[in-house]
Design a protein around this ligand. Sequence first.
Ligand SMILES: *[C@@H]1O[C@H](CO)[C@@H](O)[C@H](O)[C@H]1NC(C)=O
Ligand SMILES: *[C@@H]1O[C@H](CO)[C@@H](O)[C@H](O)[C@H]1NC(C)=O
Ligand SMILES: *[C@@H]1O[C@H](CO)[C@@H](O)[C@H](O)[C@H]1NC(C)=O
Ligand SMILES: *[C@@H]1O[C@H](CO)[C@@H](O)[C@H](O)[C@H]1NC(C)=O
Ligand SMILES: *[C@@H]1O[C@H](CO)[C@@H](O)[C@H](O)[C@H]1NC(C)=O
Ligand SMILES: *[C@@H]1O[C@H](CO)[C@@H](O)[C@H](O)[C@H]1NC(C)=O
Ligand SMILES: *[C@@H]1O[C@H](CO)[C@@H](O)[C@H](O)[C@H]1NC(C)=O
Ligand SMILES: *[C@@H]1O[C@H](CO)[C@@H](O)[C@H](O)[C@H]1NC(C)=O
Length: 519
Amino acid sequence: MPALLPILFLLIIESSGAAVRPVVSFKPNWTRVFTGDSLTLTCNVAATANKDVEYFWFKDNKQQLTRSKHLLINSAETQHAGNYQCQSRSSDLSDAARLDVSYDWLILQVPQTVYEGDNVSLRCYSSRGHDGERTIFYDPDHKVLQDSNNESILIKDIRASMAGECTCAKEISGQMFSDKAFLSVKDLFSNPQIIVNQFAPTEGANVTVTCDASLSLLRLATELQFAFYKNGQNVQDFGLSHNYQIYPAQLGDTGDFTCEVKSSTSDIKRMSRSTRVQIYERFSSPQIKSSAQRVTEGASMTLTCETITKDTKDLLFAFYSNEEVAQGFNSSNKYPVQAAQLEESGNYTCEVRTTEHTVMKRSRELHIQIQELFSYPQIKRTTQGANLTLKCDTILTEDGEAAELQFAFYKNGENAQEFGPSNEHIVQTDLLRVSGDFTCEVRTADNSVRKRSRGVYVHSQGSTNYTSHNAVRMALSACLSVFTLYVVFHHVKTEVIGELGDGTSLQVSWSVTATELTS
Ligand SMILES: *[C@@H]1O[C@H](CO)[C@@H](O)[C@H](O)[C@H]1NC(C)=O
Ligand SMILES: *[C@@H]1O[C@H](CO)[C@@H](O)[C@H](O)[C@H]1NC(C)=O
Ligand SMILES: *[C@@H]1O[C@H](CO)[C@@H](O)[C@H](O)[C@H]1NC(C)=O
Ligand SMILES: *[C@@H]1O[C@H](CO)[C@@H](O)[C@H](O)[C@H]1NC(C)=O
Ligand SMILES: *[C@@H]1O[C@H](CO)[C@@H](O)[C@H](O)[C@H]1NC(C)=O
Ligand SMILES: *[C@@H]1O[C@H](CO)[C@@H](O)[C@H](O)[C@H]1NC(C)=O
Ligand SMILES: *[C@@H]1O[C@H](CO)[C@@H](O)[C@H](O)[C@H]1NC(C)=O
Ligand SMILES: *[C@@H]1O[C@H](CO)[C@@H](O)[C@H](O)[C@H]1NC(C)=O
């Protein structure tokens, strides 16, 4: 049903356009002449009917012979007086134009059609010449307009308020004669009307507000200027365009519009009635929602950008986390987070826009706090006999009580112990691997959360007894290493206990320190 409305709307405009009737004009444009005067009547038609070549003339409803646009009266006779109408093939019948033919002493000649703003001549015309005699013109209120020897008066920029019965008096052969005539002043243009090019426009639409004022057929050349007002405030100053463009329309463009028309040559102004232009919502302001009330580390969550609209086509959604783009504009209104991390806590917003960038709306902030499962681990050192044990220590939170944790250890960045259930790592107190930078890592069994400790610098301390030949060789090379180390670390001490020989044992003892790295 709504689809019919624009069609109806067009029909109304169209039919009003066809209703422009032709106008009969006189040249000279006096409505009263003396017998013997000559004049030409013209049938003025709208531009759409201008190509017509055949015209029909009527005098007092009787059709005249001529088929021309012009009707000539060479020498007026009293029987030429009457009501003239004309018509072309494609136009309606004009209004009647009255012509009077007089054989009196004096006539006050007024133009046939006078429009506001015209410079109007009136003529106090006597049949027997007598130019240069005293002539007085009176306005409808009997105020003297001009008292001179000039038979004509020029009233500049006439106003509708001047309309009425005017009088002129003239001295002819020492005697005063007078005559009256009705001066009518027509509107130069119609009261303007506001026409909106769209029925129920939505946000983003290209809305044209047109100020429609039609000029009188006989004054088509007059230049008009148009101004637009919204809620009484000027939004477009006087200019030649009769359109006010709203693009892209936003909700805030809704308002009561009026337009004003004035002619460029005169300051005659007309204001239209107020017309409400209502811009309807294309989509509502979005709301950002989370799939879960409480999100723990490693859990998945989905943020949804919800908006109410009749048509999701051409809509794009974006997500922001602490003002940074988390997911750029995309046709999906969902932002999935597979394994949430603590760092992803923050203020989330979403934005919706049309593909053509004409409407854009942002949601309010949604604060999301990702709940911790366990704390960042710390490496703790315990010594068990000669061995050094490193423990990966973490504190489980309430949310993490059920979590199954795995631990791994790294020495100098290289894996020293694969992920496993034990949080302990025994450092082999082997001479050759005496020191290193240790870190540990904790993860959930499904690898959704991983946290790594700070590094700890470890020097071990202990002693080993070597009893085999191989061991002796190792011990010797170890001595060499220790010697090298000794050069580097003064606090490393070596001591050889016992004697070298087959089956004899060699004890090498050393001392090292562990330093926590402050990184
Ligand atoms: C009347 O006609 C004269 C000359 O033809 C023209 O100058 C004048 O503007 C016309 N006046 C009106 C009001 O039409
Ligand atoms: C009336 O005359 C003035 C100059 O005196 C001119 O500027 C103005 O355009 C004329 N008005 C019309 C409607 O012709
Ligand atoms: C008479 O008045 C008309 C219009 O005001 C003017 O055009 C004309 O020149 C005047 N004639 C004389 C003789 O002053
Ligand atoms: C809006 O419509 C007007 C008139 O219909 C047209 O001239 C203008 O280019 C349009 N603007 C856009 C951005 O589509
Ligand atoms: C929109 O984003 C989703 C999730 O990031 C992605 O899977 C999808 O390919 C994107 N679609 C387009 C059209 O970019
Ligand atoms: C989130 O918003 C709240 C209140 O608007 C503010 O206090 C807080 O600092 C914001 N958080 C971040 C990470 O920006
Ligand atoms: C030292 O570590 C080694 C290898 O893990 C083990 O065999 C040995 O029993 C440990 N010694 C002590 C005293 O814990
Ligand atoms: C190494 O051997 C000596 C002598 O036999 C013994 O006293 C010492 O306890 C042994 N050390 C270790 C770590 O087994």
